[in-house]
Ligand binder design. Sequence first.
Ligand code: HMG
Length: 376
Amino acid sequence: MKIGIDSIAFATSGYFLSLETLAKYRNVDFAKYCAGIGQMKMSIFPPNEDVVTVAVEAARKAISGIEDKNNVDMLIFATESSFDLSKSAGIYVHHFLKLKENCRVFDLKQACYSATAALRLAKSYVRENPDSKVLVIGSDVVKYSPRTSGEPTQGGAAVAFVVAKDPRILEIEPWAGIHTTDIMDFWRPSHLEEALFDGKLSAQNYLKSMHISVARYLEKSNIAISDVNHVCFHAPFCKMAQKANSQLFRLKSIGETLIYNSVIGNSCSASLYICFVSLLDHIKDDLTGKRIGFFSYGSGSVAEFFSGIVTKNYRQMLDTQNNQKMLTDRVEISFQEYESLGNRENLDFHSYKNVGEVAMFGINNHQRMYKVRKTY
Ligand code: HMG
């Protein structure tokens, strides 16, 4: 049975900070950000947007592509930046999408890797339940402290995809190369909003894990590296993906995979799958029948390299113009607004637009309150 990605969509916040602005105020040469780390802009989340609101928007678009949302039997929410250590962020999405009650909902966490774990679980579930569909969401907001080396690599977004049999976009192949190792390269204790990290160690471990997991994938699959037509890499910043590519697939460009991430910033669990959407939306060649490799990396760390074959008629499932419009419609904020939005005391829920149909409007008794602007 062919199983894989049947529809896919992403969403990010309605605001961005230009890295040219950040460079100016941090007294850094802008060339370091645009050429050195490969980033132009980063999405900034106002108080009324969080991992749930953008996830609802991405998921709403992803399930609008399927015939009957009552076939969604499971919703897996992959995130490392949820606000609740007990209740699943996925339950809010289940509620706002009005999915049926007999649908399993839970969150998964392993840094940026968790959406890949969710994809694997979803695939096994569909193999056992061929008429079921599983909604996978990866949603993260990435924050580092001001003036750290991570600051220009902040960002955030959600991706949502439906995993089903006879997929209309990508059939996932069975092989995977996995590498897990206990390392303190990036971590976020529960009392902190900003992640802590050892930047150089994390970049080294990303590359080391890639080489090991790719070697394991090639050995298991008996596929030659030259049989992989395109590769999407987890992109904490675009230069990281380019470096990985230059060590692995020297002759192939990955430029199309990075167009969206270069203006969104790091979106952790969503990042790899936004690379995939960016490839589908921007490459001129017909990808039908082409093998796409995916390198997923989550600090701490777990890495996986796997592949999929693009299915016929995938172009009918794309929403390229709207994806591009969503990004060009974002509002640029000033450095002063960026600083004010970074202040945890800023609870101004009402002065900012939100991209989707659900917005947060307050916190009462430690409970987040969301409002729906439209009913589905
Ligand atoms: P840094 O130390 O400030 O930068 O931060 P640098 O001095 O290493 O410079 C970066 C690059 O810019 C270098 O190029 C410089 O030469 C170049 P490279 O040697 O790497 O090719 N450069 C310039 N280029 C043009 N004009 C100039 C100029 N100046 C310098 N004037 C660092 C870099 C990655 C450490 C930082 O961004 C960071 O700490 N980021 C956060 C951690 C991170 O993203 N790690 C990535 C791997 S871990 C991962 O992917 C997991 C993660 O997503 C989390 C999760 O799993 O949940 C982060």
